[in-house]
Write a protein that binds this ligand. Structure first.
Ligand SMILES: Cc1cc2nc3c(=O)[nH]c(=O)nc-3n(C[C@H](O)[C@H](O)[C@H](O)COP(=O)(O)O)c2cc1C
Length: 391
């Protein structure tokens, strides 16, 4: 890894190369937010406003990043967030990232609308995978998805709550994003100047909704076959629906996309963990950063209820900040794909290495021997962080 570490010491150092190697529509799909990209940009601004005041004279320590969550001990306090149509971003991404996660002992979350099926990806996860559910309105489809995930050995179910409606995704419209990619002069030209991506498609096949394909013609899901709109399949979620899923799924359930204290408190009665997220700034452009709501939600739900978080965490520094403010685990979306698109399989592994090494370095600099000690460090927030509600 040493050459890569010199060439790309930070995730951000790989971004330009990733963009160069991807067709424009794929890069726009990965890097766009929604609306005016305010939520997406704001996630990063907020992270810049958090600091750690170090204390010293504790001798030297060796940092141990192992983190317990549910019934497992992971090798690091972060995992891979669900990303739909991942193979549109980089061909074969689902299997590549699942294998990586399994090897380095961090969780990989397969999206309902990924391009590789529950079964195919499950084979690489040794009963250690997480499956993300976009809750289909058609309960037959839902129950079948849950059965397939159980049969394929997925351990944790992540239910995404923050898409009651599709967002406008203006940049995607302009870039002509669709699945399968539209074969027209514009996309052919974009693919032609991205030969590595195109060869990947030849090897792995055109990106499809591999898990959802089975239900293409089902009554309740007429939209599935309609390209990108299909990925926004008919969804529905309320507390009763959640209760029904609770009665079916035997393993831990994580509720993703929550941002409000009241929802978080109520969720305690239904699920095993909450996952604060604004979907990487892709849904509600006027949403705050999940980090801003984290401290109060932690206060309300108590110290023993697991909180996961994502949206804008692009470095080990960012992960450390999430942990110090009260999260138990940080999920990461775009950075793994930046590594994959920039350098291929090795690049995804490099993204993992960078984040882990940055965390380790900070822990050793502040003499925190484990994650629990790190969480007790003194955290400072800039005034931009404070979120006030008007009553
Ligand atoms: C291209 C793309 C596709 C996504 N697809 C899904 C999805 O299918 N299901 C889901 O729950 N979240 C999805 N997300 C949101 C991610 O799970 C995660 O919340 C977000 O990427 C975190 O922000 P980050 O990319 O800044 O780390 C997607 C995000 C991106 C960038």
């Amino acid at each position: 890894m040493s050459n890569l570490a010199d060439k790309y010491p930070r995730i951000s150092d790989m971004k330009d190369r990733a963009i160069k190697r991807m067709p424009h529509f794929a890069a726009e799909y990965l890097f766009s937010g929604t609306g005016y990209d305010r939520a997406m940009d704001h996630n990063q601004e907020i992270l810049k406003n958090i600091f750690l005041t170090p204390r010293y004279l504790k001798g030297t320590v060796e940092a141990n990043l192992k983190t317990k969550l549910f019934n497992r001990t992971y090798d690091a306090p972060f995992g891979i967030a669900p990303v739909g149509m991942t193979s549109l971003i980089w061909p074969g991404a689902e299997v590549t990232l699942a294998k990586l996660a399994n090897k380095v002992n961090i969780p990989y979350t397969l999206s309902t609308v990924a391009c590789a099926s529950i079964e195919k990806v499950g084979m690489h996860l040794d009963n250690n995978g997480w499956f993300q559910l976009y809750p289909p309105k058609d309960k037959n489809i839902r129950d079948d998805l849950l059965k397939r995930a159980t049969d394929s050995g997925y351990e944790v179910l992540v239910i995404t709550s923050d898409i009651p409606a599709s967002s406008r995704r203006e940049r995607l419209r302009m870039a002509g994003v669709s699945v399968p990619p539209k074969i027209n002069l514009r996309t052919i030209l974009q693919a032609a100047i991205s030969p590595t991506w195109s060869l990947g498609v030849l090897k792995n096949g055109m990106p499809q909704f591999a898990t959802m394909d089975k239900y293409k013609n089902s009554q309740g899901n007429k939209k599935i076959s309609k390209g990108y709109a299909g990925s926004q399949m008919d969804r529905y979620l309320d507390w009763d629906y959640l209760e029904e899923v609770r009665n079916i799924w035997k393993g831990p359930i994580v509720l993703k996309g929550l941002m409000d204290n009241r929802d978080a408190l109520k969720a305690k009665d239904y699920v095993d963990a909450i996952y604060l997220s604004n979907h990487g700034g892709r849904q509600l452009d006027i949403a705050p950063s999940p980090l801003q709501v984290l401290p109060n939600i932690r206060k309300d739900v108590g110290n023993d209820f697991p909180i996961l978080i994502d949206s804008g965490f692009y470095s080990g520094q960012d992960v450390v900040k999430g942990l110090m403010l009260g999260a138990d685990f940080v999920m990461i979306g775009r950075p793994f794909l930046i590594g994959l698109a920039a350098v291929g399989t090795q690049g995804a592994a490099h993204a993992h290495y960078i984040i882990k090494d940055e965390i380790e370095n900070i822990m050793e600099q502040v003499c925190a021997k484990n994650i629990e000690e790190l969480k007790k460090e003194t955290v400072n927030v800039g005034k931009e962080f404070i979120l006030a509600s008007l009553d």
